[in-house]
Design a protein around this ligand. Sequence first.
Ligand SMILES: C[S@@+](CC[C@H](N)C(=O)[O-])C[C@H]1O[C@@H](n2cnc3c(N)ncnc32)[C@H](O)[C@@H]1O
Length: 187
Amino acid sequence: MTDLLNKGNEKINHLAVKGLDIQQADRVLDVGFGGGATIKEMLKLIDMGKIYGVDFSQPMVETAKQKFRRSIKSGKVSIEFANVNQLPFDDNIFDKICTVNTIYFWEAPLVGLREIRRVMKSNGRLVIGIRSADKMKDLPFTQHNFKLYDPEAVRDLLIGAGFNRVSINHHDQDEKFDAVMVTAYLG
Ligand SMILES: C[S@@+](CC[C@H](N)C(=O)[O-])C[C@H]1O[C@@H](n2cnc3c(N)ncnc32)[C@H](O)[C@@H]1O
């Protein structure tokens, strides 16, 4: 089960990065980077741009600062401790933003999504990677501290937060763990 979940995590992170369609000069943000799988993949795609990661766990932040120390030194990566509710960035600065398997833990998802909207450029793109509530609801580890979402509920939250165009793409619907990409734009 753990192996299956780890493999699934690799895949859902990969799908999110792919869905961002990263260009070499993009300024990209990952909210809740955890082990940093997305940042590692983004580094292969970014040239003149920069990758920013925030996480609300001090141990995750410390580990990532160590893991990506060379890229931090060269100015390609920035890692900060922050809650999605209060991002330490100016308005309208990110071309692409993703957050994978994190929304279940946000205490105020609408506040978090409004904050993401604030820092995203008007022509930017947001990808939220989740596993749907249907697939997760019977798993023992989701019984505490998880708020599970159907993709449609995430779409409704995004529209409530001011995003305009929202699409839902299902992957692995027939597998034990699915992967859903909810993509949103402002324009
Ligand atoms: C299940 S892990 C997912 C990590 C990574 N995105 C991945 O898919 O491998 C959830 C991560 O989200 C972070 N997180 C949870 N709530 C957060 C919040 N309100 N603001 C920022 N990060 C948060 C946690 O600290 C944790 O590192």
